[in-house]
Ligand binder design. Structure first.
Ligand code: NAD
Length: 415
């Protein structure tokens, strides 16, 4: 049988698997197995060469039983409807794991930002938000950054939405620059939350983080900051990859120097005395901690039995397939599932939204203290459920968050 790699089907399977442990009502399963609303838009953009190009974008709103939909916008040539639908479902369950008053949403534009000028990027950002403006807003659906979208992109999107509404709408999007309603700690939030979950996981398996070896797949916003924060805790970052290749050094790399190299050359490859390895090699390295921080379907049935890490902390969304999950669980690998490991991003996005609505802003210490408390609590609850039902951490995270969403749907009288 060929392995299931369609992220939407995977998300549905994950719901089904977890649902068995809580006798999930079939009607409830049917409701949460599909997004409530998916909007597909096309919008014209004037390109620098004078031509007009029509872009396609998608916004999926999975569920809003607990609160407005929440989730990032991805700019990538491989964006598909099924991917965006799956990502919006994962957002519902991610918010559920941490206990945020949100449902899940996600957006994507099929484009290649690497081939676009700054002006083209701005016009695509503004064009997409104008096209989906009818279904988003601070009390309906609040986007955020994701792959290849930045605080600057969020600022353009907020500005366009504000112009459409005739007043500043800071609470319509998160991940904004500080000067226009961003939150302190948001840039680091996803990686910081991931580190809090790694600290807890290391405690559970008796791993000393001081001197622990780490491989990081993807050296963007999340991957780089995770590497830096882990190095601050005494970990040795022995391998790093990006879309152009992977590098390895037994002595460990300095994450900040590697970032400078990537900013100068556009890639992690050819860094210092590092040897060049393949992206596949990186995943199978004998390290204590593996942090996938790139895209989906990286750990599959093909390579799962070769994964040697003790902890896999899924900073990325959907990096492990259900087939691979089974291998990893059997082999005793502690997988911190995406909906828990990378929930720090949406948690501080929630803090940003709360600050926007209050128009009162917190210090970085306040943000991090609140983030740490929520992440530790979410990890403990997930771990307890995994022990109670004798299941892996992913199934446990789904059990907890599906129970929460199901209760809201039931009490609202939808089933
Ligand atoms: P980013 O665009 O800043 O970085 C992505 C990185 O992945 C880049 O370095 C890119 O070169 C690399 N990459 C792409 N394809 C690769 C491949 N095949 N092998 C190795 N590296 C590859 O994006 P990001 O914001 O860091 O997001 C990374 C992951 O984290 C995504 O799965 C995203 O959904 C997830 N995530 C991000 C946030 C957030 O706050 N940014 C929150 C939750 C989850």
């Amino acid at each position: 049988m060929t392995e299931l790699l369609n992220p939407f089907k995977i998300a549905q399977q994950q719901i089904h698997e977890a649902g068995k442990y809580i006798n999930l009502d079939p009607a409830l399963e049917a409701i949460i197995s599909e997004p409530k609303r998916v909007l597909i838009v096309t919008f014209p953009v004037k390109m620098d060469d004078g031509s007009t190009k029509v872009f396609t974008g998608i916004r999926s709103q999975h569920n809003d039983a607990i609160g407005p939909c929440k989730g990032g916008i991805r700019f990538h040539p491989d964006v598909t409807i099924d991917e965006v639908k799956a990502l919006s479902m994962w957002m519902t369950f991610k918010c559920g794991v941490v206990g945020l008053p949100y449902g899940g949403g996600k957006g994507g534009v099929i484009c290649n930002p690497k081939e676009m000028s700054n002006g083209e990027l701005e016009r695509v950002s503004r064009g997409f938000i104008e096209a989906i403006a009818v279904i988003i807003g601070p009390d309906k659906d609040i986007p955020a950054p994701d792959v290849y979208t930045t605080p600057q992109v969020m600022a353009w999107m907020m500005d366009t939405f504000s112009r459409l509404k005739g007043s500043n709408q800071f609470g319509m999007i998160t991940g904004k620059p500080l000067i226009v309603g961003g939150s302190l700690g948001r840039t680091e939030a996803t990686a910081q939350g991931c580190i809090y979950s790694i600290i807890k996981a290391a405690e559970k398996i008796g791993l000393d983080l001081n001197g622990a070896t780490v491989a990081v797949q993807g050296y963007g916003n999340v991957g780089y900051i995770a590497a830096r924060l882990l190095a601050d805790l005494g970990c040795k970052i022995v391998a790093v990859s990006d879309s152009r290749g992977a590098v390895h050094s037994d002595d460990g790399v300095d994450p900040s120097h590697l970032l400078e190299h990537k900013q100068e050359t556009g890639s992690c490859v050819d860094f210092g005395a590092c040897s060049l390895i393949t992206g596949e090699d990186l995943l199978e390295m004998p390290v204590d901690i593996l942090v996938p921080a790139a895209l989906e379907n990286q750990i599959t049935a093909k390579n799962a039995h070769n994964i040697k890490a003790k902890i896999v902390a899924e900073a990325a969304n959907g990096p492990t397939t259900p087939e691979a999950d089974k291998f990893l669980f059997k082999n005793g690998v502690m997988v911190i599932p995406d909906i828990l490991a990378n929930a720090g991003g949406v948690t501080v996005s929630y803090f940003e939204w709360v600050q926007n609505l209050m128009n009162y802003y917190w210090t970085k210490e306040e943000v991090n203290t609140k983030l740490k408390a929520l992440m530790f609590d979410a990890f403990d609850k997930t771990y307890m459920t995994s022990k109670e039902h004798k299941v892996d951490m992913r199934t446990a995270a789904y059990i907890n968050s599906i129970s929460r969403v199901a209760e809201a749907i039931k009490v609202r009288g939808h089933v």
